[in-house]
Design a protein around this ligand. Structure first.
Ligand code: C2E
Ligand code: MG
Ligand code: MG
Ligand code: MG
Length: 283
């Protein structure tokens, strides 16, 4: 009788579970094909120096150009790509592509690339692919910054710290991304020398309406600055927010108000324009 009931219950849930599993299986199949056909693209979002308003770097952001569904954002496929291990080849491609594009930019413009915790688990493979991307593009390692979230340091294993250190020995830099949204952020600042903190956009969104958000931005900026780090405020969408983070002493700003993510062609164009204006000024 229990078995019958169990079966009845099971069949009751079947259609829904089937749909969910089918959708997931489709996504997995699509992703496998996307890696083979290289359906990915990178867009580049400018980051400015808050002192002079000039572009100091671009953050490379992944896009999936799906043949029938159009552009898919990372939020809709990265975690599945991580589960499947496909983030390793996708991430390698993203890194090579970003470094190659940056090699055509003025040498004082940096390039940031996001790294998934899963890429760290591939260990020495990651170190080799970074060394390779640097060698092939020929960019100065100091221009390359990796953005990691606290997830990377969650299991503060010796292996993770060793990989981080080996990457640092190549001369690249590290930023702690989405700062303030995870756990025990402060201890991570002590266990590894980050070059930059990126304050999560949720704090910036509320900066002129919620005193608590402003206090947190202020405290994090002071802390990071005292530790010798650069501070990027993420998600700047208004002139008021930009003003606020300038006053609070954030060294850099990024967000739709500062500049939208754009393709490599437009990034180069924006840089050319900025430099010709600068050239006229200097002349
Ligand atoms: P993230 O590294 O924190 O990147 C910032 C995200 O905020 C980007 O979303 C960007 O388009 C968005 N953004 C920028 N300015 C604003 C703003 O003013 N307002 C709002 N509401 N959003 C803004 P995107 O491109 O969808 O990427 C989402 C996340 O996916 C990234 O967060 C990053 O964690 C991950 N990701 C992106 N590219 C890669 C990649 O190549 N590899 C890996 N492993 N992860 C990636
Ligand atoms: Mg990032
Ligand atoms: Mg972020
Ligand atoms: Mg984020």
């Amino acid at each position: 009788q229990a078995k019958a009931r169990g079966r009845a219950r099971y069949s009751f849930f079947v259609p829904e579970m089937d749909l969910e599993m089918q959708t997931k299986r489709e996504l997995e199949e699509d992703l496998r094909r996307a890696v083979v056909n290289n359906e990915f693209e990178m867009v580049y979002q400018p980051v400015i120096d808050t002192c002079d308003g000039k572009i100091s770097s671009f953050e490379a952001l992944l896009r999936w150009s799906h043949p029938s569904k159009g552009i898919i954002l990372p939020g809709d496929f990265i975690s599945t790509a991580e589960d499947m291990g496909l983030i390793v080849p996708i991430g390698e491609w993203a890194l090579r592509e970003a470094c190659s594009k940056a090699s055509a930019w003025p040498t004082n413009i940096g390039i940031s690339v996001n790294l998934s915790p899963v890429q760290f688990r591939s260990g020495e493979k990651l170190v080799r692919s970074v060394a390779n991307a640097l060698a092939v593009s020929g960019i100065d390692p100091k221009r390359l910054e990796f953005e990691v979230t606290e997830g990377v340091l969650l299991d503060e294993t010796l292996e993770t710290l060793t990989i981080l250190q080996e990457l640092r020995n190549l001369g690249v830099r590290f930023a702690l991304d989405d700062f303030g949204t995870g756990y025990s952020s402060l201890s991570y600042l002590r266990s590894f020398p980050f070059h930059r903190i990126k304050i999560d956009q949720s704090f910036i969104r509320d900066i002129d309406v919620q005193p608590e958000a402003l206090s947190i931005v202020r405290a994090v900026t002071d802390l990071g600055t005292n530790l010798g780090m650069s501070i990027t405020a993420e998600g700047i969408e208004t002139a008021e927010q930009l003003k606020h983070v300038q006053i609070e002493g954030c060294s850099h700003a990024q967000g739709y108000y500062v500049g939208m993510p754009m393709d490599a062609k437009n990034a180069s164009r924006v840089l050319e324009k900025a430099f010709s204006v600068h050239g006229r000024e200097a002349a």
